[in-house]
Design a binder for this molecule. Structure first.
Ligand code: PMP
Ligand code: GLN
Length: 383
């Protein structure tokens, strides 16, 4: 079976479907996670300057020196880990490419990969492209904690990797030290690697973001992925990266060379400027998002949704069952067509769709006026 055949069953991504439907009905789009405000001027200025000054030919395949050094410095400030910018950091076209390169470069056909569901939509197709066999651990409402027994059951001698997304899309969980240590212990016991997706690392409202790579003994078996898009409200730039010891970086780079070879040059210079932002930038980002989170959660709660308060990310899950719909897809259709608000049906993130049928995911990366307008429209549901 070819890759196209293997991917056919995944169809169009839910984000494309919902965005099209939202546009058709002129709905307020709280579906796909993109800010409706622009990224910082100093970052755009740096990219523009680079373009004007001629940084317009193929850059170094693994990332321009300015950017890989900025990534290494930021990673050190966040985790205390000292990484070698030139040999342990690889710039990719978004975290999406970093994920694909990690799967394709580090996983052999027939290897098992543990996925924590609800899973971000790319992981399962990535596993499929790599010929990996997915093993699922399901986070359950209302607290979506990682169950250590279920986690252990997903591991076997065939396990090559676990994918860990913290802060977690779509639940908003920020996995705590106990949960991360349980993952680390199993990685050691089964000689598995971890691929960690940390794109929401700077959006934490409760708890503390911990990179799995910083746990004892984990640097050597972890590929840490992140990107610029969320932290700098520039989701369209698609600048991401993978940080890993040389023996894992080798796999990521082998695939990256032939997936995209490199990433848009001026945007890499913009990203380097972004990553030199002072800590106060990140503090303000999280403070602003917390206000938006509380605004939307309060509004949804007052209308009758049972909200799972996110500890991080710019998403929240809510239980919609009080409104009497059979499943999340029916509910979201009604929401878009009748209330004029778009959201994501989370069954798309589960291998058994029924596990997500009672939930709906809202994005709150919007200005307050838009969030208030959405709440006002949603209040009509109650009528
Ligand atoms: N991982 C998660 C959990 C995400 O939500 C996203 C958002 N698109 C990505 C990866 C992809 O990031 P990027 O846009 O940098 O490719
Ligand atoms: N990460 C975004 C979300 O979860 C979607 C990105 C995409 O469309 N691939 O909403």
């Amino acid at each position: 079976m070819g890759i196209a055949d293997r991917l056919e069953r995944f169809g169009e991504t839910i984000f494309t479907t919902i965005t099209a439907l939202a546009n058709k009905h002129e709905a307020i789009n709280l579906g796909q996670g993109f800010p409706n405000f622009d990224g910082p001027q100093f970052v755009k200025d740096a990219a523009e300057r680079a373009m004007r000054e001629g940084a317009n030919q193929y850059p170094r395949s693994f990332g321009v020196s300015e950017l890989v050094h900025a990534i290494a410095k930021r990673f050190n400030a966040d985790t205390g880990l000292d990484v070698d910018a030139m040999t342990q950091v690889t710039v990719t076209s978004g975290c999406t490419e970093a994920l694909a390169a990690s799967f394709l470069g580090l996983i052999e056909p027939g290897d098992e990969v543990v996925l924590i569901e609800p899973t971000y939509d790319a992981y399962l197709p990535d596993a499929s492209m790599a010929g990996a066999i997915p093993k699922f651990v399901t986070l359950r409402a209302p607290d979506f904690r990682l169950d250590p027994d279920a986690l252990r059951q997903a591991f076997s001698p065939k396990t090559r990797a676990i994918v860990v997304n913290t802060p977690h899309n779509p639940t908003g969980r920020v996995f705590d030290s106990e949960e991360l240590q349980a993952i680390a212990d199993l990685c050691h016991e089964f000689d598995a690697i971890a691929i960690t997706d940390e794109v929401y690392e700077h959006m934490v409202y409760e708890g503390k973001h911990v990179s799995l790579a910083s746990l004892d003994g984990m640097w050597d078996r972890t590929v840490t992925l992140s990107s610029l898009g969320k932290s700098f409200s520039l989701t369209g730039w698609k600048v991401g990266w993978a940080i890993a010891p040389e023996h894992l970086t080798a796999g990521v780079r082998a695939a990256h060379q032939f997936l995209t070879f490199t990433t848009a040059s001026p945007l890499q210079y913009g990203a380097a400027a972004a990553l030199h932002a002072p800590n106060s930038y990140y503090v303000n980002l999280a403070t602003d998002y917390k206000v938006k989170r509380d605004l939307l959660a309060g509004g949804l709660g007052a209308i009758g949704f049972k909200v799972s308060m996110p500890q991080g990310t710019y998403f929240m899950l809510a239980d919609h069952t009080r409104f009497g719909f059979d499943n999340d897809i029916e509910f979201v259709k009604h929401l878009i067509e009748t209330a004029g608000v778009a959201a994501i049906p989370p069954s798309a993130f589960y291998h058994r769709p029924e596990d997500g049928a009672s939930l709906v995911r809202f994005a709150f990366c919007k200005d307050e006026e838009t969030l208030r307008a959405a709440i006002e429209r949603l209040a009509a549901l109650d009528a």
